[in-house]
Design a protein around this ligand. Structure first.
Ligand SMILES: Nc1ncnc2c1ncn2[C@@H]1O[C@H](COP(=O)(O)OP(=O)(O)O)[C@@H](O)[C@H]1O
Ligand SMILES: [Mg+2]
Length: 236
């Protein structure tokens, strides 16, 4: 479950926590954003370049805190006074997939996918079982010992999805996950993200691939200059 109420977020303000090389000029990325997504819901996140999609996903991934308004993720209220330990624990329950995969280049596919479980200090026998199962699910059993650079883009993104979901997060976010991929791979990626939501995670996928959105009909959150233009209260 995700709930935002009147959330405003501005780059370059004192509570800024997002890393990035850009100037610190205050730029309002999100204003007055209100919506909620029930547990297990799937939402497209749409809007032109610069609309605030990535900023919203970074906020939901807890890389930043809202400067005003309310944010609740998986039953935890996230305000400026939230404890670091609470934030760290909550962050482990949010999976993230990026357009450029962001796999660790020197680790094998199976070691990349195992990372979230090793962070949780799970015992290695359990890690091996879980990694084998999830690699089967994403169709990469044969590539488990390969390095990311030895895989195609679609395969790398499937590995990134495996890594994002292996610890069974309650929320999975994807920021334009199919931008670098061909149509057939894009459909496969979205199909997997739909499956993740059917299994109970709340999933939000930013895209500007209209064909893909038509192929996988689902309610959409539409951003325009940092403001939500859809009335989410009317969608199931
Ligand atoms: N690191 C940053 N520093 C300052 N402004 C930024 C930064 N990242 C994004 N912005 C600004 O925030 C707004 C929203 O950007 P973004 O969330 O990346 O939109 P989208 O993902 O929809 O393209 C834009 O005006 C953009 O220029
Ligand atoms: Mg973006």
């Amino acid at each position: 479950m995700i709930r935002l109420s009147n959330v405003t977020w501005r780059y370059g303000s004192p509570t800024r926590r997002v890393a990035g090389g850009r100037s610190a000029d205050p730029a309002t990325a999100l204003s007055g954003v209100t919506f909620s997504v029930p547990q297990g819901g799937f939402r497209w996140l749409l809007g032109p370049s610069g609309a605030g999609k990535s900023s919203l996903l970074r906020l939901l991934h807890l890389e930043a805190l809202p400067q005003s308004g309310e944010l609740e993720i998986l039953g935890t209220h996230v305000g400026v006074d939230v404890k670091r330990a609470t934030l760290a624990r909550l962050r482990q329950r949010v999976g993230m997939v990026h357009q450029d995969f962001r796999l660790m280049p020197t680790l094998s596919i199976s070691d990349n996918v195992a990372l979230p479980l090793r962070l949780e200090r799970r015992d290695e026998a359990a890690v091996a079982d879980e990694v084998a199962a999830i690699l089967r699910w994403v169709g990469l059993s044969e590539r488990s010992g390969a390095l990311p650079a030895e895989l195609s883009g679609g395969e790398q993104q499937r590995a990134a999805i495996a890594r994002a979901v292996i610890a069974r997060p309650g929320v999975v976010l994807a920021d334009e996950p199919t931008n670098a991929l061909e149509e057939s791979q894009s459909s496969r990626i979205v199909g997997m993200l739909r499956e993740v939501s059917a299994l109970g995670a709340t999933v939000i996928v930013a895209t500007h691939n209209d064909a893909l959105v038509r192929r996988f009909p689902a309610p959409a959150l539409r951003l325009e200059r940092g403001r939500l233009t859809t009335d989410e209260s009317s969608t199931p």
